[in-house]
Design a protein around this ligand. Structure first.
Ligand SMILES: *Cc1c(COP(=O)(O)O)cnc(C)c1O
Length: 393
């Protein structure tokens, strides 16, 4: 059945997930097999070898393609493996323009791996789309965007940048991990590739690592599928199944993540020990007009996602004490699970970015990143309140 005309919530549960043909199993089975019997040499029933294709992974790929409004989805063993496959489409000598504030591991791969293979990179604050004009060169082949960014929650105007990039024949990839396709649809806004760490909201339960790339052009999909098979960074059947199980509830989880995060962001903004709160759903958010245009609206409110960046009063020692005291929030890297997490980007997730560059982006020693889960919001708020009291006692 074609679910393209269905609503997001319906696609999440049904796209790529028809009852299994042979047994009628309602849930896509875990086809835990490396290979598939062939009736005669060179003839097969749709699958030959699980690196190339596997029915459980196919179901996830089809579902993610439907959710992003693309024609093809490709899944990988991690978000960074998806990134690697996309960069592997380029040739030595090609140039990439990227946002100056992005996931630390993406920057590390660009800077420490791909540069050695002859790719060159220019980074800029693409909140101003005109910055792209200054960075693009005749060698530019890819524009790499992340929006909202990690951890400063900067937004970039995907539609405006896609028009500019396409005028130069430059492909546009958008890391849509923070927003998810429920809140933001990069392909509909003109991007060529939506990229995910499915480890985060798409899986949603902090129990598996994975990645995905979704495209709206069949030829690009075929090139990426070639790299997926040739490089081999694919997810196993069980990880694909866990991710597919998570994705079914993406819409309801995101609504609650957004609702809880807005409540906490508003409360933190009033807290005497808090210097600044960055949250795309707040009226004080610097780019609230772009947020309203680019992110989903619900009841006249911009759904700002589940991530909050908070800059505390005081020094590193206060932030350390605060982070060591929280209990409902778990001190851990990663984000996007049902449980609330908190972390310190300068020491943890973004330690691989040189200190000067970190400071230039605004990642100070009193900056904490919250991934607001779907626990009861009153418990989350009480936990933060208690930890702030202890930290500043
Ligand atoms: C986690 C993350 C990645 C990397 O994904 P992995 O699954 O950890 O490889 C990329 N981009 C963003 C925004 C992320 O949060």
């Amino acid at each position: 059945m074609n679910w393209n005309d269905a609503h997001f919530e319906t696609k999440a549960i049904h796209a790529g997930q028809d009852p299994e043909a042979k047994t009628g199993a309602v849930v896509v089975p875990i086809f835990q097999t490396s290979t598939f019997a062939q009736p005669a040499p060179g003839e097969h029933l749709g699958h030959e070898y699980s690196r190339t294709s596997n029915p459980t992974r196919d179901a996830l790929q089809e579902c993610l393609a439907a959710l992003e409004g693309g024609v093809q989805g490709l899944c990988f063993s991690s978000g960074l493996a998806a990134t690697h496959a996309i960069l592997a489409l380029l040739d030595a000598g090609d140039h990439v323009v990227a946002m100056d504030d992005m996931y630390g591991g993406t920057f590390r791969q660009f800077d420490k791996v791909w540069r050695r293979h002859g790719l060159t990179f220019s980074y800029g604050d693409l909140r101003d789309p005109a910055v792209f004009d200054a960075l693009v060169t005749p060698q530019t082949k890819l524009l790499w965007l992340e929006t909202p960014t990690n951890p400063m929650l900067k937004l970039v105007d995907i539609a405006a940048l896609a028009v500019k990039a396409h005028a130069h024949g430059v492909l546009v990839a958008v890391d849509n991990t923070f927003a998810t396709p429920y809140l933001q649809q990069p392909l509909a806004l003109g991007a060529d590739i939506a990229v995910h760490s499915t480890t985060k909201y798409i899986g949603g339960h902090s129990d598996t690592v994975g990645g995905a790339a979704i495209v709206r052009d069949r030829a690009l999909g075929a090139r990426l599928a070639f790299v997926q098979n040739a490089n081999g960074g694919t997810p196993g059947p069980f990880d694909s199944w866990l991710t597919l199980r998570g994705v079914k509830t993406l819409a309801v989880r995101m609504e609650r993540h957004c609702q809880n995060a807005l409540t906490i962001a508003q409360w933190l903004e009033q807290h005497p020990r808090v210097k600044q709160v960055i949250y795309p759903g707040l009226p004080s958010f610097a780019q609230r007009d772009l947020a309203a245009r680019q992110l989903r609206q619900l009841g006249g409110q911009t759904l700002g996602g589940g991530m909050i960046t908070v800059i505390l009063d005081g020094e590193l020692a206060h932030a350390r004490k605060f982070l060591s005291t929280v209990r409902a929030f778990t001190l851990a890297e990663s984000l996007g699970g049902v449980e609330s997490l908190i972390e310190h980007p300068a020491i943890m997730t973004h330690a691989s970015i040189p200190p000067e560059q970190r400071r230039a982006i605004g990642i100070s020693d009193s900056l904490c990143r919250l991934s607001v889960g779907i626990e009861h919001v009153a418990d989350l708020q009480a936990d933060l309140d208690h930890a702030l009291q202890i930290a500043f006692a």
